[in-house]
Design a protein around this ligand. Structure first.
Ligand SMILES: [Zn+2]
Length: 359
C-alpha cells in the first residue's frame, strides 16, 4: 500500500492551535462533544423523517405534488441526518458516552449504509489522505467524472460540468445497492487499501443492517402503496438525497482553490508541510455566517475546522473557527472560505469544467 509523508518536524502551527482550542473548552467549562443544540437537532430531524414516512407510506396524501414534495424532503432529511447525527456519532464527537456515539453512527445503517465501512473509508482514507489521488475515496467518482488531473481523461469528461449534477443523484442508490457490497466482498476499502478483517458480530451487523433498511425502505412501502408508486417515490427520494450528499461533500474539497496531491512512481506522496497546514490547503469552508446552512449541514460548511478537529462536535465549529482564523493570520497560512454556498457551488462547477478539459 502506498504511503504519504508529511513534514511534521516543526509542527508549530498545529501545536499552538491545539493549545488555544483546548484552552477555549477549559476556560468556558464546556465539553468538546455534543450539547443541547445537537440533541434538539437530532430530535427534530428524526421526528420529521418518521412523520414523513408515516405520511407517505400509511396516510398516502392524494395530491401528486404533495407526494413528490414529501419524497424530495425525505431525501434531504436522509442527508441531514447523515451530516448532523451520523457523522458526529461515527467520529465519536456526538457524546462522551461511547454507546451513544455507536447508536448515532448506526443511523447510517438504518438509512442504507454501514457505519463500520464508512468509518474505515472516511476516518482513515479521507481524513488522513484528503485529496490524494488513489487514497481518498472522496475524490474517486469512478471513470464517469474526472476529479483530478492524474485520473485518466476520457472524451466525454469535457461535458462533466453539465452532466455531473445528474450523476451525483445516483450516489445514494450506488451506496445502498453497490459500494458497501463491493467493499465487503473485495475486502478493500478503496483500491489497494484493504478492509480490516471483520469479526463475526461485524458480519452480522452488516447483513442485519441491510435487511432492516430494505424492509423499511422497500418492502413495507411496496406492501402499502404498491410497486410502481414505491419505485417512483423511492427514486425521487434517493435522487434528491444523492444530489444533496454529493454536492455538500464536493464543495469542501473539490473547488478551484483546493490543492490536490498525487503519489510519485514509488507510490510515495511527499507533502512539504505539516499535516494541519496540508489540511488547510486541501479544504475550504463555505457560508460560515449562514445560520440555515450551519444548522442543516452539521458543520460540513466548516470543513476546515472539522478536518483539524474531527473529535470535536460540529456545534462548536463557529466558535473554533474564530480561533483558527486568528492563528492562521499569525502564522501567515491561507484559510480558504467561500462567503456563500452558491459561490462554492459555482467554483465546484468551474473546477469540474477545467479538470474535464485539462490535459
Ligand atoms: Zn468527517
Amino acid at each position: 500500500m502506498a504511503k504519504v509523508k508529511f513534514n511534521n518536524k516543526d509542527a508549530v502551527f498545529f501545536s499552538a492551535l491545539r493549545e488555544r482550542v483546548d484552552a477555549y473548552f477549559k476556560q468556558n467549562k464546556i465539553e468538546p462533544t455534543g450539547n443541547f443544540k445537537l440533541f434538539s437537532k437530532t430530535f427534530v430531524l428524526i421526528s420529521t423523517i418518521v412523520l414523513m414516512y408515516i405520511l407517505l407510506v400509511f396516510v398516502q396524501p392524494e395530491s401528486v405534488l404533495i407526494n413528490i414534495t414529501l419524497c424530495m424532503l425525505f431525501g434531504v432529511n436522509v442527508a441531514a441526518i447523515g451530516f448532523n447525527v451520523m457523522h458526529d456519532g461515527a467520529h465519536g464527537s456526538y457524546s462522551k458516552i461511547k454507546w451513544i456515539n455507536e447508536i448515532m453512527g448506526h443511523s447510517l445503517n438504518v438509512l442504507g449504509g454501514s457505519v463500520m465501512m464508512w468509518k474505515q473509508k472516511h476516518n482513515i482514507a479521507h481524513h488522513t489522505y484528503t485529496n490524494i489521488e488513489g487514497h481518498d475515496d472522496d475524490i474517486d467518482a469512478g471513470s464517469l467524472i474526472r476529479l483530478h488531473k492524474d485520473q485518466p481523461k476520457l472524451k466525454f469528461h469535457k461535458f462533466q460540468h453539465i452532466y455531473g449534477l445528474f450523476l451525483y443523484g445516483f450516489m445514494y442508490f450506488y451506496w445502498v445497492f453497490y459500494t458497501d457490497y463491493y467493499k465487503y466482498f473485495s475486502k478493500q476499502v478503496s483500491d489497494g487499501v484493504p478492509l480490516r478483517k471483520l469479526k463475526t458480530h461485524e458480519h452480522l451487523n452488516f447483513w442485519i443492517s441491510k435487511v432492516v433498511n430494505y424492509s423499511l425502505f422497500i418492502v413495507v412501502p411496496i406492501i402499502y402503496v404498491g410497486f410502481w408508486k414505491f419505485l417512483i417515490g423511492y427514486s425521487i427520494m434517493a435522487f434528491t438525497g444523492g444530489v444533496v450528499l454529493s454536492v455538500v461533500f464536493q464543495l469542501a474539497h473539490i473547488v478551484e482553490d483546493a490543492h490536490f496531491f498525487a503519489p510519485n512512481k514509488e507510490g510515495l506522496t511527499v507533502v512539504e508541510a505539516e499535516w494541519a497546514v496540508y489540511q488547510l490547503n486541501t479544504t475550504v469552508d463555505f457560508a460560515p455566517n449562514s445560520r440555515f446552512w450551519t444548522w442543516m449541514l452539521g458543520g460540513l460548511n466548516f470543513q476546515v475546522i472539522h478536518h483539524l478537529f474531527p473529535k470535536v462536535s460540529h456545534v462548536h465549529y463557529p466558535e473554533i473557527r474564530k480561533i483558527v482564523q486568528e492563528t492562521c493570520k499569525e502564522y501567515k497560512i491561507t484559510y480558504r472560505t467561500f462567503p456563500s454556498m452558491w459561490q462554492a457551488f459555482k467554483s465546484h462547477m468551474i473546477y469540474l469544467k477545467q479538470t474535464g478539459a485539462a490535459a
